[in-house]
Design a protein around this ligand. Structure first.
Ligand code: SF4
Ligand code: SF4
Ligand code: SF4
Length: 262
């Protein structure tokens, strides 16, 4: 092979190798972007966010909600966050939503991805209507369930004694102490995350999870007969309904009553 031919063949091979390398890197970046865009359903969105699928279709990633937040709660997802790129989210352990009464992050949204109606009553904004997620307690890690006195999450909650209540129980192990344990009221909790932010354990024992991930749905054919509000759901029932009435007997009496069993 002549010297010229060898050098042009070498150039060709080098160019091909570089192009293949770049294509490889491009494919790697693209696949990681795809991975980020489809990753984790455990994302906390700003107040008033549409359901996740609609939110992703509607949010134009302008960042106006992020700029409007006075507490730096909201961030736009960047590479490495493992969330759809450019979409707003918050990490409650780091900075929770401080439940601003004027909810500045919502009205600025130009597309309705943050729906003002969903956080308003009679045209007035009401942050207590927001449902960013729901607090879930890991009773194996929460020290209050061990009998140690802690109510940090309860005290941090802006809806104290409404969204988190404290239940009292006798500590049978010591016989002379009480358990004072936090319980989340799912219907009232906004998912602001102030409880998760305040939790004293190394990794929070109370965590905010998107509501559709964690909450169940009994279906319209099960109706709580003792709850007038729940009876309204009968209107939506499609098949036979099952009524559960409040028993007049104590639990122990019911268990000891043979006629109930056979
Ligand atoms: S309600 Fe306030 S703290 Fe919460 S995300 Fe909106 S602007 Fe930020
Ligand atoms: S203001 Fe609305 S459209 Fe803009 S990033 Fe926030 S949610 Fe998305
Ligand atoms: S997330 Fe926590 S602090 Fe916020 S309303 Fe729910 S229980 Fe209260």
């Amino acid at each position: 092979m002549s010297k010229e031919k060898f050098s042009s063949r070498r150039k060709f091979l080098l160019t091909t190798a570089r192009a293949a390398g770049l294509a490889g890197i491009g494919a790697l970046v693209w696949s990681s972007m795809l991975e980020e865009s489809t990753a984790s359903s455990l994302i906390l969105r700003p107040p008033g966010a549409l359901p996740e699928k609609d939110f992703l279709k509607t949010c134009i990633k302008c960042g106006l909600c992020v700029s409007a937040c006075p507490y730096d709660t909201l961030k736009l997802a960047a590479p490495g966050d493992h969330k759809p790129m450019g979409t707003p989210f918050f990490d409650a352990r780091d900075i929770p939503c401080y439940m601003c009464t004027d909810i500045p992050c919502v009205p600025v949204c130009p597309t309705g991805a943050l729906d003002e109606q969903s956080v308003s009553t009679d045209g007035e904004l009401d942050i207590n209507l927001s449902r960013m997620g729901v607090a879930v307690i890991d009773s194996s890690a929460c020290v209050a369930f061990w009998g140690i006195q802690c109510d940090a999450c309860h005290r941090a909650c802006p809806l104290i004694d409404e969204a988190i209540i404290i239940e009292y129980d006798k500590n049978e192990r010591t016989g002379k102490h009480a358990f004072l344990t936090p319980v989340v009221v799912n219907d009232v909790c906004t998912g602001c995350g102030m409880c998760e932010h305040a939790c004293i354990t190394e990794k929070a024992a109370i965590t905010i999870i998107p509501r559709d991930v964690v909450l169940g749905h009994a279906g319209s054919h099960y109706v709580k007969g003792w709850d007038k509000k729940d009876e309204a759901r009968i209107k939506d029932a499609t098949g036979a309904t099952t009524h559960t009435e409040l028993s007049k007997q104590s639990a122990l009496d019911s268990l000891n009553d043979d006629s109930e069993l056979y």
